[in-house]
Design a protein around this ligand. Structure first.
Ligand code: ATP
Ligand code: MG
Length: 498
C-alpha cells in the first residue's frame, strides 16, 4: 500500500452555528492521501455538517479548510469538485428517472468538460459502474432500485469524477450482507481506492466496515473531536465507548426463550399475496403470518421483496392477488388509513417524515390514531432525549439519525397493535440501535405484534421470536431464529444461483 503522501485535506479549527445550535466547535482533523480516514460519532455529532464544510455547501463560522495546503475555505463547491473533492450524500441525491449508467455519465461528462485529458466519458462511466458491481442493472431507472444499490450509484458517480479526495456519508446503509457489492466488497473497494492514492474520508455507523477499512479514525461528539487514533485505539477508548459504541453488542445478553403463544389467530396474515409495480410483479405469492405479541423478522437480500411486503401489510400497496388478513379479517384494499385506525403503524423505508414540519408537529400528527398528545410527547422524548432538544426544529434540517429517531418515536409512542418496521436501525449510532431494539422487544413483551425488516441478520435474530427468509418475491422458509441463522447463508446462495 502506498503510504500517505502528505496531508491531502486539513480542517482547521472549524466551527459552525445554526442559530443557537453549535454543530461544530473548533474541529481540527486531517485526511491523508493513500489512507481511509474514518469519522464516527453519535447522531447529530456534526459529521454531515463537516462534509458540507469540506465540500463548500456550508461556510464555516470560523476556521479553514485546506486542500494540499491551499486554502479553499471561500472556494465554491463546483470549483472544489474540479479540484478533486467528490462526495456521496446521506440523503440520496440521484436522478430517479435516469438509469444507473446515465446518472454516472453525468459525472463523467462533467469531468471530461473540465479536464484537459482526452477522456471517453462513456468508458469512464462504465468502469465506475462496474467497479461498484452495478453493471447488471446499468440500464435500470434508479428510482426502481433498492436503497443500498442507490447508494452505490452515488459512489460510482463520485468515482466517475476521478477524485483525489472522496467523502462517503454512510455508504453501507441499506446494503445487505449479500449483494453484488456487499459490505465485504465495499470494504475491499475502499482499501483499493486508498492503495491507488486516493484520500477517503468515511462516515459510517457500521463498525465492521469503518473499523476494518480505516487507517485512522476521528471521533466527533457534540461537534468536538473527542478521540483520534487507530481503529483499535478508539475502540478501546472509554469516552468513545460511553458516547458512541456502547458495550452491549460485545456480549448480547441471552434472552429467555418464551413459550410459543397459545393458538390465537395471527394478528397479520398474508396468504399467497401477489403485488406489482405497474407491469412488474414483485411478490409472487407471499405467505407469512405474524403471531400476536411476537417479533417476526423478515430477512433476505436486497430486492427480495421485503419492503414491498411491508407496503402491502401497511395497506399502501393493494395486492394483485391473494389475501391480506388482520386478526382473521380480510382487509385487501381497505386503505392505509383504515388499517392505521385499526392499530397498524409503520416506519416505512426512507422514514416518511415531512421536511417542513417541526418535531413537535410530527408528534401532534401522530395523535390521529387516538393517543393523547402529552402521552406521545412524554414517551417520544423519554426514549430519545435528543428530540426534546430539537422539538421546534424543522425536520428537514435534523441530522439523518435524528430524523430516524423521530420516525421511530412517532410510531412507538402511540398505542399500536401491529408495528411494521423497515430498517429502523439505518443511520443510527450503535449505542442507539441497541436501545431501539430493546424498545422493540419491550413493546412486544407488552403485547404489540411486530414485523421487522433489518439489514443485520445477526442482531435482529437475537431479538426475534421467529424469522422468515425471503427470496425472489417469496417466503422460502420460516423458523426459529436459531434455525434461520443456520440456514441463512445457504438460502441466500441458493437464491443467488437460482
Ligand atoms: N440548518 C440547521 N438548523 C438547525 N440545526 C441544524 C441544521 N443543520 C444541522 N443542524 C443540527 O446540527 C447537528 C449536527 O448535524 P449533522 O447532520 O452534522 O449530524 P451527523 O453527525 O451527520 O449525524 P447523523 O449520524 O445522525 O447523520 C444536529 O443536531 C442537527 O440537528
Ligand atoms: Mg449525517
Amino acid at each position: 500500500m502506498k503510504k500517505s503522501e502528505g496531508v491531502l485535506l486539513r480542517v482547521e479549527d472549524v466551527s459552525v452555528w445554526f442559530g443557537g445550535v453549535r454543530a461544530l466547535s473548533g474541529v481540527t482533523l486531517d485526511a491523508p492521501a493513500g489512507e481511509v480516514t474514518g469519522l464516527i460519532g453519535p447522531n447529530g455529532a456534526g459529521k454531515t455538517t463537516l462534509f458540507d464544510v469540506v465540500t463548500g455547501l456550508q461556510p464555516p463560522g470560523e476556521g479553514r479548510v485546506l486542500l494540499e495546503d491551499a486554502d479553499v475555505t471561500a472556494t465554491a463547491p463546483h470549483t472544489r469538485s474540479r479540484l478533486g473533492i467528490a462526495r456521496t450524500f446521506q440523503r440520496l441525491e440521484v436522478f430517479g428517472t435516469l438509469s444507473v449508467a446515465e446518472n454516472v455519465l453525468v459525472a463523467a461528462e462533467m469531468r471530461r468538460g473540465w479536464s484537459r485529458e482526452r477522456l471517453d466519458a462513456r468508458a469512464v462511466a462504465r468502469e465506475a459502474v462496474e467497479r461498484v458491481g452495478l453493471s447488471e442493472v446499468a440500464d435500470v431507472r434508479v428510482d426502481r432500485l433498492p436503497t443500498g444499490r442507490t447508494r452505490l450509484v452515488e459512489l460510482a458517480r463520485a468515482l466517475a469524477t476521478r477524485p483525489r479526495l472522496l467523502l462517503l456519508d454512510e455508504p453501507s446503509s441499506g446494503l445487505t450482507e449479500v449483494e453484488t457489492l456487499g459490505l465485504a466488497q465495499l470494504l475491499q473497494l475502499l482499501r483499493e481506492l486508498a492503495a491507488s492514492g486516493l484520500g477517503v474520508l468515511l462516515v459510517e455507523h457500521d463498525m465492521s466496515l469503518v473499523m476494518g477499512a480505516s487507517d485512522r479514525v476521528h471521533v466527533l461528539e457534540l461537534g468536538r473531536v473527542i478521540a483520534t487514533g487507530t481503529p483499535a485505539d478508539v475502540q478501546a477508548d472509554e469516552g468513545v465507548r460511553a458516547a458512541y459504541l456502547g458495550d452491549r453488542r460485545l456480549s448480547a445478553p441471552a434472552r429467555a426463550v418464551r413459550a410459543p403463544a397459545p393458538e390465537a389467530a395471527p394478528v397479520l396474515e398474508l396468504r399467497d399475496v401477489r403485488a406489482a409495480y405497474g407491469p412488474i410483479e414483485v411478490l409472487h405469492g407471499v405467505s407469512l403470518s405474524v403471531p400476536a405479541r411476537e417479533v417476526t423478522a423478515l430477512l433476505g437480500p436486497n430486492g427480495a421483496g421485503k419492503s414491498t411486503t411491508m407496503k402491502v401489510a401497511a395497506g399502501r400497496l393493494v395486492p394483485t392477488g391473494g389475501d391480506l388478513l388482520l386478526c382473521g379479517r380480510r382487509v385487501n384494499g381497505v386503505g392505509a388509513d383504515v388499517l392505521a385506525r385499526a392499530g397498524v403503524r409503520s416506519v416505512p423505508e426512507g422514514r416518511g417524515v415531512f421536511p417542513n414540519l417541526t418535531v413537535v408537529e410530527h408528534l401532534r400528527m401522530a395523535t390521529h390514531a387516538g393517543t393523547r398528545f402529552t402521552d406521545i410527547e412524554e414517551r417520544a422524548f423519554g426514549r430519545f432525549p435528543r428530540l426534546r432538544e430539537r422539538r421546534s426544529q424543522v425536520v428537514g434540517t435534523l441530522s439523518g439519525g435524528e430524523q430516524q429517531m423521530l420516525a421511530v418515536a412517532r410510531v412507538l409512542s402511540t398505542d399500536p397493535a401491529l408495528l411494521l418496521l423497515d430498517e429502523i436501525s439505518m443511520g443510527l449510532a450503535p449505542v442507539l440501535v441497541d436501545e431501539l431494539y430493546e424498545a422493540v422487544r419491550q413493546a412486544a413483551d407488552e403485547g404489540v405484534s411486530i414485523l421487522i425488516v433489518e439489514q443485520f441478520a445477526a442482531e435482529v435474530l437475537a431479538l426475534a421470536d421467529r424469522a422468515a427468509i425471503m427470496l425472489n418475491g417469496r417466503v422460502q422458509r420460516v423458523g426459529s431464529p436459531a434455525e434461520i441463522a443456520d440456514e441463512l447463508a445457504s438460502a441466500y446462495l441458493a437464491g443467488a444461483a437460482g
